[in-house]
Design a protein around this ligand. Structure first.
Ligand code: GDP
Ligand code: IMO
Ligand code: MG
Length: 414
């Protein structure tokens, strides 16, 4: 068994889609285990851009695609992505777990409704109904993919629940029949399929959505998503034993971004921040919103590495820093006159910490070639490895699939 989890280590959008696509050749199946269509995973091949919200990023490499029970699944988004794959000249080899929670138009309405209730302090959700959908699952009111495909789920209690709270509750009759059509013949047992794949000697890649700092419990609550985003959710989100998880590759940008509200200690509101946003095309792949931009935060990153049990690291977007005249990383926070690098301890007061920076040699003007990194970039990567105590085995130097440098091997799949 040579499975691998790919997880985001910041606030999402680290470049997971690119890394999953790049690496997918080595696996038989690629699996989504968490989140839903709040995710936007981008793959760029020969100047063409593909964004996947639900289909695993192994789609373009024609891998077996699995969507596990831990996912909040929007059937109509799935239909769009299946159509996209069909246009590209193939049929997606997809299995959706019968127990996956289905997002209906009602949860999307509820998402918008709750954001309005929050007044001046919205979370800034993607409005894809993710939080309400997981909440409805806990209330045992949400349909599951298998129930919907079989036409066995009675939505009347869910509708009555929504009517008791919201004035405008959309009619979902047409939606139910469309969703049923999408899911028919595609549901089954994803956990069992993964175990069988491993028993046959095959390997599986688990594609995380969002990032560690957006985890419902361990992230910057309440400015988080509605589910777990960390690697330990892989077994629970798929119905497989812990021993099937395999190694964990964490993905981090060489700087930091965040979409939506919430504390962001290293946020740059100056011209350098604007420059990075422009050069890095930092606009949300799902909502198009400008992403907030900041320097790399080692305090937060160490926390995410530990939380996920990261065994190796993929570092993305180094090329963007060649367009900026300075280079900093946050090594500590200053809070109440003290310096700390203990993220979990200051998490409840994150909005009031001040970042303490280390200035590093600028990447400005450095040429990042396809197969070898210039000295300044190698030194930066080495510095991160020393600080994080994890090997950086992949470095991404551009949005194209081909702009990826292999720096070494850690996991058994390598
Ligand atoms: P994900 O959600 O983690 O899959 O990341 P997104 O796709 O939302 O955002 C990452 C963005 O950065 C996408 O537009 C990618 O095409 C792009 N990208 C990924 N790696 C690199 C890189 O090394 N350099 C540059 N310039 N862009 C990259
Ligand atoms: P990928 O997989 C970046 C953010 C939203 C908001 C918060 C809650 O592309 O990295 P939600 O709609 O989940 O209830 O929103 O989480 N968010 C993401 N930010 N990348 C994502 O996914 C995200 N998914 C959710 O912006 O702040
Ligand atoms: Mg994204």
């Amino acid at each position: 068994m040579r499975n691998l989890c790919i997880v985001g280590l910041q606030w999402g959008d680290e470049g997971k889609g690119k890394i999953v696509d790049y690496y997918a050749d080595r696996f038989d199946a690629v699996v989504r285990y968490n989140g839903g269509s709040n995710a936007g995973h981008t793959i760029v091949i020969g100047g063409r851009t593909f964004v996947f919200h639900l289909l695993p990023s192994g789609s373009l490499k024609r891998k077996r695609l699995l969507i596990g029970p831990g996912v909040a699944l929007d059937p109509l988004t799935l239909r769009e992505e299946l159509e996209l794959i069909a246009k590209e000249g193939g049929e997606a080899d997809l299995l959706v777990d019968s127990r996956a929670t289905v997002v209906t138009p009602l949860e999307k309405e509820m998402d918008t409704f709750i954001e309005k209730l929050r007044g001046d302090n919205p979370i800034g959700t993607t409005k894809r109904g993710i939080g309400p959908s997981y909440a409805m699952r806990a209330l045992r009111l949400s349909p599951r993919a298998g129930d919907l495909a079989d036409g066995t789920f009675d939505m009347s209690s869910a509708i009555a629940f929504y009517r008791s709270i919201m004035k405008d509750v959309p009619d979902i009759t047409k939606w139910v029949s469309q969703a049923k059509d999408v899911l028919k013949g595609k549901t089954g047992d994803v956990g069992g399929t993964i175990i069988e794949t491993n028993e046959r000697g095959g390997s599986v890649m688990f594609e995380g959505a969002q990032g560690a700092l957006l985890d419902l419990v361990y992230g910057t609550y309440p400015y988080v998503t509605g589910a777990h985003t960390i690697a330990s959710y892989v077994p629970a989100g798929l119905g497989i034993p812990n021993s099937a998880m395999g190694d964990v590759m964490g993905v981090a940008k060489a700087y930091t971004t965040r979409v939506g509200g919430g504390p962001f200690p290293t946020e740059m509101l100056d011209e350098t921040g604007t420059k990075i946003r422009t050069e890095g095309k930092e606009y949300g792949a799902t909502t198009g919103r400008p992403r907030r931009v900041g320097w790399l935060d080692l305090v937060a990153l160490k926390y995410a590495v530990r939380l996920n049990g990261v065994s190796e690291l993929a570092l993305t977007k180094l090329d963007v820093l060649t367009k900026v005249g300075e280079m900093k990383v946050c090594t500590h926070y200053s809070v109440d006159g003290e310096e700390t690098s203990d993220f979990s301890r200051v998490l409840p007061r994150l909005a009031s910490v001040k970042p303490v920076y280390k200035e590093l040699p600028s990447f400005s003007g450095a040429e990042l070639h396809r197969d070898i990194l210039p000295r300044v970039a190698e030194d930066f990567v080495g510095y991160l490895e020393d600080e994080l105590k994890v090997k950086v085995t992949l470095v991404s130097t551009g949005e194209e699939r081909s702009a990826t440098i292999r720096r070494g091997f850690v996991s058994k799949v390598s």
